[in-house]
Design a protein around this ligand. Structure first.
Ligand SMILES: Nc1nc2c(c(=O)[nH]1)N[C@H]1C(S)=C(S)[C@@H](COP(=O)(O)O)O[C@H]1N2
Ligand SMILES: [Mo]
Length: 372
């Protein structure tokens, strides 16, 4: 392990009432969220999809890019993009969400990329399934984790590293997992992992390794930084914690009416209104969405759009709507998704040190006015 001293800020929680720092602002400016009005699209236009890039976008030539499969396999494989494109081609609609979504709303605030509630997007990913490639390489019977290496390189908490993530072999062998080279019908853009990335439907964003160069099969659990240190649910700094894996259920409201420039408070004209949004879960299909207009004191059932009959959309968000007879006053809108595993969203704040996998109900401040 190479360490670089003196360049990284230590892991820290914000002091009570400590504002967002220049470092957090720098991360937020590089890594943008989904503008919430874009919840209107079934498939997020590429430029509106959220972004999360730990280091720099690497400079890769698609014509020369190679993917190596090695480690505990019978035959090491090396494939270029043409060879990957010649393999069976699949398109899947998948919702990605950053594991740190909602972090900046927690108290105390973990200092990192300061997401509000909008680190989410849905794309149509095209590529070739990973499992047949692993089977062709011949997985050793003692295979435990499959490690995916990106071409990006940086330092995190003093540890110099390529971005690498391990995935349990059973997850890597799911038929839905893709080596993707297209997003919404066009070659991947640099910021989304061009020319090749992993897509692990149902898992938080950190598993979907971009700029993929190497797949290494291990006979033990991967103990690299992004698995052993970074993406864990810890109650305190010395708690070893548990790994962050699948996406917890969440519903977001597409903010109604029009916004105030600074506060983003919404202005809605009185009258019969339809509040709508999207809901998703990486554990099991969403079975119910409830809406609130009083910040979670009372709840009403919302109507969920029928599930995509298309199995290829099983991992995508679903639209929901709620008819709201809006009368003048101040409101706090929100929604709560429940999935078939019984998981739902809390109104009371859950907390962990990294601010991961939190799915606190959103709060959309609305003023309903009587005049046009
Ligand atoms: N190589 C590499 N892959 C990566 C990352 C990264 O920094 N480097 N960020 C991860 C994280 S934390 C997220 S949330 C998703 C974001 O994917 P997107 O930027 O295409 O939305 O990419 C993941 N894959
Ligand atoms: Mo992320």
């Amino acid at each position: 392990m190479t360490t670089v001293d003196g360049v990284s800020l230590p892991a820290r929680l914000a002091d009570p009432d400590e504002g967002i720092s220049i470092e957090e602002l720098g991360l937020a400016a590089r890594n943008h969220a989904l503008p919430l009005e874009a919840l209107r699209y079934d498939v997020t236009p590429v430029g509106l999809h959220y972004l999360l890039i730990h280091y720099d976008i690497p400079d890769l030539d698609p014509g020369k890019h190679l993917l190596t499969v090695d480690g505990r396999v019978d035959h090491q494989l090396t494939l270029d993009l043409a060879a990957l494109r010649a393999r069976p081609r699949v398109t899947r609609r998948v919702t990605l969400e950053c594991a740190g979504n909602g972090r900046a709303l927690l108290t105390p605030r973990p200092i990192s990329q300061p997401w509000l509630s909008e680190a989410v997007g849905t794309a149509e990913w095209t590529g070739t399934p990973l499992a047949p490639l692993l089977r062709e390489a011949g997985l050793a019977p003692d295979a435990v984790d499959v490690v995916f290496t990106g071409a990006d390189h940086g330092v995190e908490r003093g540890v110099e590293q390529d971005y690498r993530r391990g995935l349990p072999v059973a997850e890597a062998l799911r038929e839905e997992v893709l080596l993707a080279y297209e997003m919404n019908g066009a070659p991947l853009l640099p910021q989304h992992g061009a020319p090749l990335r992993l897509v692990v439907p149902g898992w938080y964003g950190m598993a979907h390794v971009k700029w993929l160069t190497r797949i290494t099969v291990l006979d033990r659990e991967f103990d690299g930084y992004q698995n052993a240190v970074a993406y864990r649910l810890r109650s305190s700094a010395d708690d070893p914690g548990v790994p962050v894996t699948r996406i917890e259920p969440r519903a977001l409201v597409q903010p109604p009416g029009f916004p105030d420039f600074m506060s983003r408070t919404r202005v809605v004209r009185a009258g019969p209104r339809v509040v709508e949004g999207r809901a998703w879960s990486g554990h099991a299909p969403v079975t119910a969405v409830e809406a609130t207009t009083d910040g979670g004191v009372t709840w009403e059932a919302a109507t969920l759009d029928p599930a995509g009959s298309d199995a290829d959309a099983r991992w995508a968000w679903r639209r929901w709507r709620y008819e709201w007879p809006a009368t003048p006053g101040r409101y706090v809108l929100g929604a709560r998704a429940t999935d078939a595993s019984g998981r739902t969203q809390p109104v009371e704040q859950p907390w962990n040190r990294g601010g991961f996998a939190n799915n606190l109900v959103q709060r959309v401040e609305v003023v309903v006015t009587g005049d046009a």
